[in-house]
Design a protein around this ligand. Structure first.
Ligand code: GLU
Length: 316
């Protein structure tokens, strides 16, 4: 059994990120499984090498050592960075194209937001399918003005999966997901495509991550099917950590960032704090990593989002 943590190095990690890292680690270790690290640095503009180095250091400080640890390359070898894995994504992309499932989309982001397309439950715009049936003539005119993104055609049917934590999840692929982008106009592959290819090729059996990605899971499961991968992992989604005013913690706002946390707490205090916040222990106490493996229990993990007092005010 193999679990994973797949962070994007777009800023210093915060409490929400290490909460996902820790719970994915504990869930894998509780089952006697492996836990691997993969750096999702596809977005070359937002992701920086220095953030990858920092997140590797932050995880090791916490004691979370991945089973694909490499002595030679600063802790993680280059094949676990998505920026080095284009050849795998190209194969998958070509296979979808060969099946006639991919089309060029010339719509601009601003047009998509302004259009009256229905919106999925999480607020994302669902693509109207406008470019699905462009004629060759229309396309040849559009090619002169901009390069297209590549969208995957989704079928008009219901999709469902059983979430390890939240139970049965169902959606309508056409009206809740819509045709989605698998390769951006700049040539970069999308998160949805890359995460599926990587989890499949890296033999990941269990994905533990924030519940904000539940809607992406439908798109990812659709890709597993179309790419003919034997089996998809089991998905466990986590309640989100939110600040007092209900905002999700974000890297940009420096909420509970690892710099602050490392200055103020020991790894054991932080691990105990996370297990307390998520409901696995009844009172806040410091815990070693091995004690936290024993204390971790999916049955006890909360279902509702977890409100924390922000930054400097978290008690300890
Ligand atoms: N790289 C994504 C993020 O940091 C997480 C992807 C995943 O766990 O599937 O938000």
């Amino acid at each position: 059994m193999r679990g994973r943590f797949a962070p994007s190095p777009s800023g210093r990690m915060h409490l929400g990120n290490i909460y996902s890292a820790l719970l994915s680690y504990l869930s894998a270790k509780k089952n006697g499984g492996e836990w691997i690290l993969r750096i999702e640095d596809l977005d070359r503009q937002r992701c920086k090498k220095e953030y990858s180095i920092q997140l590797i250091d932050d995880l090791l400080w916490l004691g979370l050592k991945w089973d694909n640890f490499s002595l030679v390359e600063g802790g993680l070898s280059s094949e676990f960075f998505q920026s080095n894995r284009d050849s795998f994504y190209i194969n998958a992309f070509d296979s979808l194209c060969r099946q006639g499932l991919v089309y060029d989309c010339f719509c601009k982001r601003a047009d998509l937001l302004a259009s009256s397309a229905p919106h999925a439950s999480d607020g994302r715009a669902v693509y109207s399918g406008k470019c699905r049936n462009l004629s060759e003539n229309e396309k040849s005119i559009l090619y002169k003005t901009r390069s297209p993104a590549k969208r995957l055609i989704v079928e008009d049917r219901t999709a469902s999966f059983s979430d390890g934590h939240f139970g049965l999840q169902t959606c309508s692929l056409a009206s809740d997901c819509g045709d989605f982008i698998i390769r951006r106009a700049d040539g970069n592959f999308s998160y949805q495509l890359a995460v599926v290819v990587d989890d499949a090729l890296m033999g990941v059996d269990e994905v533990v991550r924030g519940r904000d990605l539940i809607s992406s899971t439908f798109e990812q499961l659709y890709l597993y099917e179309k790419l003919d991968f034997d089996r998809a992992p089991t998905f466990y989604h986590l309640p989100l950590l939110v600040s007092e005013d209900g905002r999700r913690l974000s890297k940009r706002e420096k909420d509970c960032d690892m710099g602050f946390l490392r200055e103020n707490y020991s790894p054991e205090v932080l691990i105990g704090k996370i297990l307390f916040l998520c409901g696995c222990i009844e009172k806040e106490e410091s815990l070693s990593l091995s004690e936290s493996v024993s204390a971790f229990d999916w049955q006890k993990v909360r279902k509702e989002d977890i409100s924390i007092e922000s930054t400097s005010k978290i008690s300890g």
